[in-house]
Design a protein around this ligand. Sequence first.
Ligand code: 5AD
Ligand code: SF4
Length: 439
Amino acid sequence: METEKIFVKTFGCQMNFYDTEKIYAYVQDRYLPASVPEEADVILLNTCSIREKAEQKVYSLLGRMVPLKERKPGLVIGVGGCVAQQEGETILQRCPMVDIVFGTHNIDEIPDIIQERLRTGRRICRIREDVQRVPGDQAPLSAGPLGPTALVTIIKGCDNWCSYCIVPLVRGREVSRPAARILAEASGLVSKGVREITLLGQNVNSYRDPDTGKGFVDLLSRVNDIEGLERLRFVTSHPKDFSVDLAEAMAGLSKVCEHIHLPVQAGSDRVLAAMKRGYTVSQYLQKVDLLRKRIPEVELSTDLIVGFPGEGREDFEKTLDLLREVRYQNAFSFRYSPRPGTRAALMEDPIGPLLRKSWLPELQQVQNRITSEKHTMMEGKEVEVLVEGSDRKDTGLLEGRTRTNYIVHFPGEKTLAGKTAKVLILRSRTIHLEGKVIT
Ligand code: 5AD
Ligand code: SF4
């Protein structure tokens, strides 16, 4: 019998990309990865519910899958991830083409759930409530080909309860993975050729090894010691917990890259308090200052929400001021989206989204100018690039990143993938830089 194939489509954040890797690892004894949904016998959607738009995408994609199922009646269609965790059975009721629904804590059960569906013909919904385990914790390393970069989850869930955020509801309470397991996974990846690891968590600063009680800085230094590893990154760091110790560790540990994603969300103290972020703008700026003093070349990126309930024009302008002051390399900005079950969804908003329609493009224009100025400043510099492979549009160029997280394209042999190259930056583009290899 021909080996069957599985296709997993990932929506949303890096946490979901990690879970998708684990799904492939759990099913690898039975299924080969399909490169397109059309050739798959099982299609799973690993969904995201952080904003309403992400959720709508899932339903529209499911609609487009009806003809696939008509052509191949045995096709199993599954929905997992955050939308599944929150909606559960409702998905089965609303979407007749869906065979199985599984929650964010049920990844290890996926092979059994698929088998049960095939054996019994019943539609299945399996949602575990919060459990003291990281999804995919027992998963074997994927047998598939690994690129030079990989993600490793260190802590799942979130206990911060920012008032706009659905994550604590769909990912549960914070649970840290034992450091021994993280180190084993990271070493395993490095021995298979991975050069750069990103440690992953909604709030990595809250990490605490359940076996020893030691925190994130200790873990970072132990991963830094793995022989053969070249670069180490981590996301996401909550500004309220970002500590002097961590800044010192970033400065002192040779493999930790000079880039940090430090989501600020808003530039107005009033809005930050309503968001329950736990810091003021000036406290945030002090941490940025500390980082820049200890690591002068450090680059920062951030997340921003525009149009939080009650946010006025003067609040928004403070966010623009903050962008001009910090000069982020990159900012991911989103229109506020009310999420069911969050506190902010119940807040009054006399201004309303219509009057704020132009704010997001306005903010993006300010940030784009800053990004473009920073890119121009890179022209003529020599940088070290870890080559990740061909560029995404496959124009024949290689793509990689600097330690400071600039994306660089340049001509070169594909055999350079996984190696570091010295590159001279010749031109700046909107999202990336272009250069040529000098060694
Ligand atoms: N509306 C808009 N953006 C949101 N984010 C989280 N929740 C919401 C929401 N309800 C953004 C935050 C977070 C990023 C991952 O998504 O900026 O940092
Ligand atoms: Fe959501 Fe706040 Fe937790 Fe980030 S820190 S996942 S924004 S609740």
